[in-house]
Design a binder for this molecule. Structure first.
Ligand code: GDP
Length: 289
């Protein structure tokens, strides 16, 4: 995992030849900068990060250990400054969550994973099939719901996602569900229709949280699209899917720093239990090898 960052951290740290050698620290910083950029860390994030690491290493006294400590601390700082991790319940159930994202990002699978995660924590969960854009999405969610034994609201005769979302919320309230997860439509790229439709769903159900499912494998695009969704719809958290296939590792750092919303969960495989709460320390340990 994370070949590009982990390998080159060793290369960077080995550039430091002697204690308090400023010139070799510069070389280490240049090496680190190259590897962060190669790992898809946003250029601005990279710049801020290496500046902070250089300063902190100097403050601690230039050496291998201080360089690694500065790197670890600065990465942790970026990944933690963003707020809540995991799931936040509303004071008055049901907690209503809109699941958003581009088509293929793993949104429907992640809706199932999150439902499963909550069910294992003894919550009464309802999922709603309001992704009417992708033909197979409703069927897919039905299969997932059956597999994890979670209730699902769908209406094969309804073409309006707003009506589906509203009816699902009504059911969730009436039948005392703790959580309602609404799977919304994705598109291959961001388009105005998608945003308009999502806004309508948002305005009608007034969700407690909007999660954006970002595909780790799309690198810089994941940061860009998450930013668009934040600006146009407003998102409360990002779930990074396909983290298991990400060999670069920079996307979590970029999203945390550039999008400015908390990373809440990571998807670590295709199966239902493959969802973990995003824990900054754990991610930093993985990044640093
Ligand atoms: P949607 O169009 O956004 O609803 O995407 P899907 O939920 O259908 O997922 C698209 C593909 O990504 C499927 O083959 C999923 O099994 C796969 N997928 C989703 N999340 C993960 C993950 O965390 N890891 C891996 N390896 N695959 C995932």
């Amino acid at each position: 995992m994370f070949d590009s960052i982990t390998g080159s951290i060793t290369n960077a740290v080995n550039k430091i030849r002697h204690k308090d050698d400023v010139a070799s620290l510069k070389k280490a910083i240049t090496e680190l900068k190259k590897s962060l950029l190669k790992a898809d860390v946003h250029h601005k994030t990279t710049k801020d990060l290496v500046t902070a690491i250089e300063l902190e290493t100097k403050r601690l006294g230039i050496g291998h250990d201080s360089f690694l400590k500065a790197l670890k601390d600065e990465l942790t700082k970026i990944l933690t400054t963003t707020g809540n991790q995991g799931f936040v319940f509303s004071n008055t159930p049901p907690t209503v969550v809109l699941m958003t994202g581009l088509q293929g990002s793993g949104k429907t699978t992640t809706t199932g994973k999150l439902a499963n995660y909550l069910k294992l924590r003894k919550k009464k969960v309802l999922v709603a099939a309001a992704d009417l854009q992708r033909l197979a999405a409703v069927e897919q969610l039905k299969q997932i719901a059956a597999q994890i034994e979670v209730d699902i609201y769908f209406d094969d005769n309804e073409k309006d996602p707003v009506k589906i979302a509203l009816a699902a919320k009504e059911k969730a309230k009436k039948e005392f569900y703790d959580v309602l997860l609404i799977d919304t439509a994705g598109r291959l790229a961001i388009d105005e229709e998608l945003m308009k439709q999502l806004k309508k769903v948002k305005d009608s159900v007034n969700p407690n949280e909007i999660f954006y499912v970002a595909d780790s494998l799309t690198g810089h695009d994941a940061t860009k699209t998450a930013t668009s969704f934040k600006e146009q719809i407003g998102i409360d958290g990002v779930i990074l899917s396909k983290y298991d296939g990400d060999t670069k590792g920079g996307v979590a750092i970029s999203i945390a720093n550039q999008v400015g919303v908390p990373l809440r969960f990571i998807g670590t495989g295709e199966k239902m239990p493959d969802l973990e709460v995003f824990i900054p320390d754990r991610i930093v340990s993985r990044l640093m090898g």
